[in-house]
Design a protein around this ligand. Structure first.
Ligand SMILES: NC(=O)c1ccc[n+]([C@@H]2O[C@H](COP(=O)([O-])OP(=O)(O)OC[C@H]3O[C@@H](n4cnc5c(N)ncnc54)[C@H](OP(=O)(O)O)[C@@H]3O)[C@@H](O)[C@H]2O)c1
Length: 438
C-alpha cells in the first residue's frame, strides 16, 4: 500500500510553533489546567505564527514561523505513516525517521520528506543506502540515534519492548515525545516519568483511549475525578465463537473498527490491548488501578470517559482515525483544524461489561498492576512471545492468556529498576518459550 502524505489540507490552517509544558502525565493535565486558569498561553519554545493569522498553504510556513521539526520512530508502520500525514497537514519539517525492514516504504518517505537522518534494520541497509539523497545520513539499526537527533517533537511508535530504549533516548534529550509505544509506559512507567522530569522532557499520549482521557481531564481538578473509563471495541470475537481456542490468526487479524499493526490487532482480539491501556493509564496519569474501569463499546466512537464524583461523565468522541489523537499529541493544547469530515452523530452506540471469562487477559493485566514492580514487564514480554507464536501458527489463541498467567505466576517479580526490567523481560520470554517448547 502506498501511503498518501499529500491529503488536501484544511483551508486556512494556522501555522503553529512548538510549546514546552514543563509538566508530565497527570502533571501535564493539571499544569495545563492551572495554566488555563491563569488565562495565559504557554511560553513558545520557538516563535509561533498565531495571533489569529492564517497561513495557507498548509505545508509552507511563513519565514517568521519556522515549522515544527518532527522525528518519527516506526515511520513505516501504521502510526508512523499516519503521523507523517499529520506532518504534511501541519507543514512540519520531518528531520529524522527510524524504520525496521520495510525498505520500499522508508525510501518513499525519504524521497517525500528529505530527512537529515534515517535508521533501518541491517538486513535492508544496502538497499536503503543506495537510494538516499545527498543530505540524508543513515544510522544502521540505531533508532535511538534518530530519537536523539535535534527535533521539537518525536513520535515514538516502535512497538513492544524494543520501543523503550529509543523513547528514553528522546526523553534524555529533553524532547517532547508523542508516545504511541504504550509498552514503554507499561513496563517502566514511573522510571520513564523520572527520566522525563530529570531532562525537562514532555510526554503526550497517542493511543486514542489515553488521548481521550488526556483531553477529558484538561481543566478538571484531580480531586473531582472518581474514575477513568476506558472503552474497548471488544475485537472480532466479542459475540462469537463461545470457545475461542480454535480461532485462526487470519480471523483474529480482522479488527472490526481499526486498521493497525499485527501485534496491537491480536492484542485487541484477546483484550490484552485494553489490559495494556489500563496499565498505561495507571502509570501515565499516576492514577489508582482500582479506579480504572473498562467498558465494551463496539462502535469505537467514544474513545474513553472520565467519571466525576458529582455523577457527571465526560467523554471524548471522534471518528476511527488515529490521525486525530496523533495531532492532539503533537499540538496540545492547540486544536488546529484537520481535513477530516465531521463525524455524523447517527446510529446506536452500545456499552457492555467486558467478559473476563472468555477474555482472561484483561484481568491478568489488572493483576500484574496490583503486583507492581516488574510484573507488568514480565506480562508484556510473555505477550510479545505468545503473539508472535500465535501468528506463526505455533500456539492457539487461548495459549496467549495461558502464557500471561504463566509469566505472572512463575517469573519472580522484583522492585522496579532499570536493572530489574531487562531481567524480568528475559526471564518471562524464556519461561514462555519453555512452556510451549518454542
Ligand atoms: N496502529 C494503531 O492504530 C495504534 C493505536 C494505538 C497505539 N498503537 C501503538 O503504537 C505502536 C506502533 O504500532 P503500529 O500499529 O504502528 O505498529 P506497526 O504497524 O507494526 O509498525 C511498527 C513500526 O516500527 C518499526 N519497527 C518494529 N520493530 C522495530 C525495531 N526493533 N527497530 C526499529 N523499528 C522497528 C516497523 O518497521 P518495519 O515495518 O519497517 O519493519 C514499523 O515502522 C505500538 O506500541 C502500538 O501498540 C498503535
Amino acid at each position: 500500500m502506498q501511503a498518501d502524505y499529500t491529503e488536501t489540507p484544511p483551508a486556512g490552517a494556522a501555522c503553529t510553533g512548538a510549546y514546552r509544558v514543563g509538566a508530565y502525565g497527570v502533571g501535564a493535565c493539571w499544569a495545563a489546567r492551572a495554566w488555563l486558569r491563569a488565562g495565559g498561553r504557554l511560553a513558545p519554545a520557538r516563535r509561533k505564527g498565531h495571533n489569529g493569522r492564517m497561513t495557507p498553504p498548509y505545508d509552507a510556513p511563513t519565514p517568521d514561523a519556522p515549522p515544527k521539526r518532527l522525528s518519527v520512530l516506526g515511520s513505516t508502520g501504521s502510526i508512523g505513516t499516519q503521523a507523517l500525514q499529520v506532518a504534511r497537514w501541519r507543514g512540519y519539517e520531518v528531520v529524522a525517521l527510524a524504520a525496521g525492514r520495510n525498505a520500499a516504504r522508508l525510501i518513499e518517505q525519504v524521497r517525500t520528506f528529505r530527512p537529515q537522518l534515517v535508521s533501518c534494520d541491517a538486513a535492508v541497509a544496502d538497499e536503503v543506502r543506495a537510494a538516499l539523497p545527498a543530505g540524508t545520513q543513515l544510522a544502521v539499526g540505531e533508532p535511538a540515534a534518530v530519537a536523539a537527533h535535534p527535533a521539537d517533537v518525536v513520535v515514538a511508535a516502535i512497538p513492544g519492548y524494543a520501543g523503550l530504549e529509543p523513547t528514553l533516548a528522546a526523553l534524555r534529550e529533553g524532547r517532547h515525545v508523542a508516545l504511541a509505544n504504550k509498552e514503554a509506559m507499561v513496563v517502566a512507567g514511573p522510571l520513564v516519568w523520572e527520566t522525563a522530569r530529570a531532562h525537562g522532557a514532555r510526554l503526550t499520549p497517542v493511543d486514542s483511549e489515553l488521548s481521550a482521557l488526556f483531553q477529558c481531564l484538561q481543566g478538571e481538578p484531580r480531586e473531582a475525578v472518581a474514575a477513568l473509563v476506558l472503552t474497548a471495541s471488544g475485537g472480532p470475537f466479542r459475540l462469537a465463537p463461545e470457545d475461542l481456542s480454535g480461532v485462526s490468526p487470519a480471523a483474529a487479524l480482522k479488527h472490526p473498527t481499526w486498521n493497525m499493526g499485527h501485534k496491537v490487532t491480536i492484542d485487541s482480539a484477546t483484550l490484552f490491548n485494553k489490559g495494556l491501556e489500563v496499565l498505561e493509564s495507571h502509570f501515565f496519569f499516576d492514577w489508582p488501578l482500582e479506579r480504572i474501569e473498562v467498558v465494551i463499546h463496539p462502535q469505537s466512537l467514544v474513545h474513553s470517559l472520565v467519571r466525576f464524583k458529582d455523577g457527571n461523565l465526560k467523554a471524548q468522541i471522534g471518528s476511527h482515525d488515529m490521525r486525530l489523537p496523533i495531532q492532539v499529541a503533537l499540538e496540545a493544547p492547540d486544536r488546529p483544524p484537520t481535513p477530516l469530515a465531521p463525524l455524523p452523530l447517527v446510529g446506536v452506540w452500545e456499552f457492555y461489561e467486558p467478559d473476563t471469562a472468555r477474555f482472561p487477559s484483561l484481568a491478568l493485566a489488572y493483576e500484574a498492576g496490583r503486583r507492581g514492580g516488574t510484573a507488568p514487564a514480565a506480562l508484556n514480554a510473555a505477550d510479545e512471545v505468545a503473539v508472535e507464536a500465535f501468528l506463526a501458527g505455533r500456539i492457539g489463541f487461548m495459549d496467549i492468556p495461558r502464557a500471561l498467567e504463566h509469566a505472572l505466576t512463575q517469573v519472580p517479580h522484583a522492585a522496579l529498576s532499570w536493572e530489574a526490567i531487562p531481567e524480568a523481560d528475559r526471564e518471562a520470554r524464556r519461561a514462555v518459550r519453555a512452556l510451549f517448547r518454542l
